[in-house]
Design a protein around this ligand. Structure first.
Ligand SMILES: C/C(=C\Cc1cc(O)c2ccccc2c1O)CCC[C@H](C)CCC[C@H](C)CCCC(C)C
Ligand SMILES: C[S@@+](CC[C@H](N)C(=O)[O-])C[C@H]1O[C@@H](n2cnc3c(N)ncnc32)[C@H](O)[C@@H]1O
Length: 253
């Protein structure tokens, strides 16, 4: 996949006093702000491993040729493009996000791709908490590093349940809030000593410090399984991957 060139992003005006990124508007701004460097920093900071984790998430979704599938919080489209290959030219993929900047990058990347099946993608600017789709619309849903970032996870899970066809699956990839002390310590050390210092070079320290806070406020695998069952899913399993640094929740409607 063609790599995106980027310059150090122009950052909006004077920084306000540091406070956690709490509301949807601030998160929207955060992702619009990191958009120019998002893909390249993910590759750099995970040594390319995030692409393996995303392939696993798409595989677990059960998406197959001819399906109509949704990539929620699609960002720059990594999982969207993987789904596009899975469902093929007779299938349809919808990538939804509320970041104009990341959707713009996703759309630009689509133009760079030579694979004809990528014409089966529709990009939608929307809110994961109020999906513009009818009930029972999709054969599979993926959500990569999105659930931790929405301001109402219960509502997001309810919306996924609503728009999914009965018997279909949602596959939700994110950081794992590990209960293993060493794993949690290593994850925190990497963010504090590698991720944030690297992001600081691009003037994005605050945005990547949010990453650590958001993981601390996230749910454990067991709590994610419970959240899915409470939303009405018939079963839910959380798999730890990447040595326990990441996790993938698979739930069936
Ligand atoms: C694709 C990845 C993260 C996406 C991502 C999610 C967010 O919620 C963010 C919030 C704010 C800023 C950026 C993001 C964001 O990029 C996962 C890989 C990229 C990570 C930035 C790097 C994580 C490093 C691991 C903790 C340690 C990796 C160890 C290595 C595999 C040996
Ligand atoms: C870390 S990025 C993940 C992007 C992509 N799925 C990936 O795996 O690289 C999180 C994405 O969630 C989006 N997002 C957060 N809250 C959202 C919401 N309520 N509605 C739509 N998109 C949202 C952000 O704009 C951002 O693109």
């Amino acid at each position: 996949m063609a790599s995106l060139r980027f310059s150090v992003p122009h950052l909006p005006g004077p920084r306000f006093k540091r406070r956690p990124v709490r509301c949807a508007g601030e998160r929207q701004e955060l992702f619009n702000c990191i958009a120019p460097v998002y893909d390249n920093l993910n590759d750099l900071l995970s040594f390319g491993q995030h692409r393996i984790w995303k392939r696993m998430a798409v595989s677990w979704s059960g998406a197959k040729p001819g399906d109509s599938v949704l990539d929620l919080c699609c960002g720059s489209g990594d999982l969207t493009f993987l789904l596009s290959e899975k469902v093929g030219s007779y299938g349809k993929v919808t990538g939804l996000d509320f970041s104009k900047e990341l959707l713009s990058i996703a759309s630009s990347r689509q133009c760079l791709l030579s694979n004809a099946c990528n014409n089966n993608i529709e990009w939608v600017e929307g809110d994961a908490l109020d999906l513009p789709f009818s009930n029972g619309n999709f054969d599979a849903i993926t959500m990569g590093y999105g659930l931790r970032n929405v301001v109402d996870r219960r509502q997001a899970m309810r919306e996924m349940f609503r728009v999914l066809k009965p018997g279909s699956r949602v596959s939700i990839l994110d950081f794992n809030k590990s209960m293993q002390p060493f794993t949690a310590l290593f994850q925190e050390w990497m963010i504090d000593n590698v991720v944030v210092p690297t992001a600081t070079v691009y003037g994005l320290a605050k945005e990547y410090k949010y990453l650590k806070a958001s993981i601390n406020e996230f749910l454990t695998g067991k709590e994610l399984e419970k959240l899915a069952l409470e939303a009405g899913f018939s079963n839910a399993r959380h798999y730890e991957i990447g040595g326990g640094l990441m996790g993938n929740l698979v739930a069936t409607r």
